[in-house]
Unconditional design. Structure first.
Length: 396
């Protein structure tokens, strides 16, 4: 820039009429370069989260246990990513966990399942959700809705390692509408858990045209994690619209939570109705940071809409499957993440299915500092261009 100004002054003193377009072209070119460099960062601001279905894959109906006995695989209701291509899925009303390897294509399409293994747990409960603790050799957290509780098991032999207490208000859950979801933070110090439908103290169960308000609680998993102190009110959508084919009640509930990062969760809602389509699933991004803590509210959350946590719909699907569990999986070739879900076939005559989705999330938005820096450089370029034009216009 100094060289530019020197040339401008020398041309003015020589009496050669200046070419105003050259300094203008210089500034315009500089601004163009800056904006081209900044464009990717600025474009990030308008990007949106997206879910792209990548396919389904059937699981076997039977798998041999450690004694060689054939065990029927049914009622898969929760899944956890163990690492690499390895997953663990839990069957409700069963003490057994199914481990398997899932191979995905570079874009996330499911190719095949192999290396299936069953782990029999020391205690039997109605397990509905599962999460992985990445220790050595590792352990499993399972949420069950009959106590209800979060229990931890040794991944090698199924021995129970302990039970983690949950807020007392969950003891009054509706039958078969207890813990369906479980998300453990990466440091395994806290877990997020919620009932499928509202506890009676908080409001009604779901029905056609009626939503239900559940509590999402962040609970400590280690003594050093400190008190939980966090409960959020989450309003589940009413059951989806369907064409009635037979008698029965429509239901809608929260079936899974996925931890994304501090302050953000994915919530999987599942609704069913006695008609077509039989099932519908919805994925919402939930901002937990800054949300109202309702731990001190003893009931009536349905009547307190101002306390309900904000949620943003990012996907709605009617796959014809009872999608109940969901886990964030490995990154794909394009940098996005895979989401692997399990469908519960219990009593429905449908196959045991894996559902693979691609979770596309925008890069972090350009920070205020980046935008300010770009603006500052543009401003400097414009000032320099103005000085150059001023110098060349002065008499020699």
């Amino acid at each position: 820039m100094a060289a530019c100004c020197t040339r401008c002054r020398s041309r003015s003193r020589s009496g050669v009429p200046p070419s105003p377009s050259r300094s203008t072209d210089f500034v315009a070119g500089l601004i163009t370069i800056i904006l081209l460099l900044a464009a990717p960062a600025l474009a990030e601001v308008s990007s949106q989260e997206r879910i792209v279905p990548r396919g389904t894959l059937s699981l076997p109906d039977e798998v041999a246990d450690q004694l060689g006995h054939a065990v029927r695989i049914t009622g898969l209701s929760g899944i956890a990513w163990v690492g690499g291509g390895r997953y663990a899925a839990v069957m409700d009303n069963s003490p057994q966990v199914l481990f398997f390897d899932l191979q995905l294509s570079q874009v996330g399409r499911p190719r095949r399942v192999e290396n299936l293994r069953l782990l029999t747990l020391e205690s039997s409960h109605d397990y509905e959700a599962i999460a992985w603790r990445p220790t050595r050799p590792g352990s499993l957290f399972l949420a069950e809705e009959d106590t209800p509780a979060i229990r931890e098991f040794d991944v090698e032999n199924g021995r129970e390692l302990g039970q983690h207490p949950v807020p007392e208000i969950f003891l009054g859950r509706r039958p078969n509408r207890g813990f369906e979801s479980l998300a453990v933070e990466p440091d395994a110090r806290h877990a997020w858990v919620a009932t499928e439908e509202a506890v009676p103290l908080d409001g009604p169960a779901s029905a056609e045209g009626v939503s239900t308000v559940v509590r999402i609680a962040r609970v400590p998993l280690t003594p050093r994690a400190g008190p939980d102190g966090i409960q959020l009110a989450y309003a589940v959508d009413p059951p989806h619209a369907f064409t009635r084919l037979f008698d029965g009640d429509a239901i809608s509930g929260l079936s899974e939570l996925v931890w994304l990062e501090p302050g953000r969760l994915l919530a999987l809602e599942r609704s069913g109705g006695p008609g077509l389509p039989p099932f519908s699933n919805r994925l919402y991004a939930v901002a937990t940071a800054g949300a109202i803590d309702v731990a001190g509210v003893t009931g009536g959350l349905a009547e307190r809409p101002a306390t309900h946590v904000a949620k943003d719909l990012i996907w709605r699907g009617e796959l014809g499957l009872n999608l109940e569990g969901l886990a964030l999986g490995p990154r794909l070739a394009n940098g996005s993440r895979s989401l692997v879900g399990v469908a519960d076939n219990g009593g429905l005559g449908t196959p045991n299915s894996l559902v693979v989705l691609e979770y596309r999330r925008p890069p972090p938005p350009a920070s205020v500092g980046v935008v300010a820096a770009v603006g500052a450089v543009v401003a400097v370029a414009m000032v320099v261009g103005g000085l150059c034009r001023g110098w060349v216009s002065r008499p020699g």
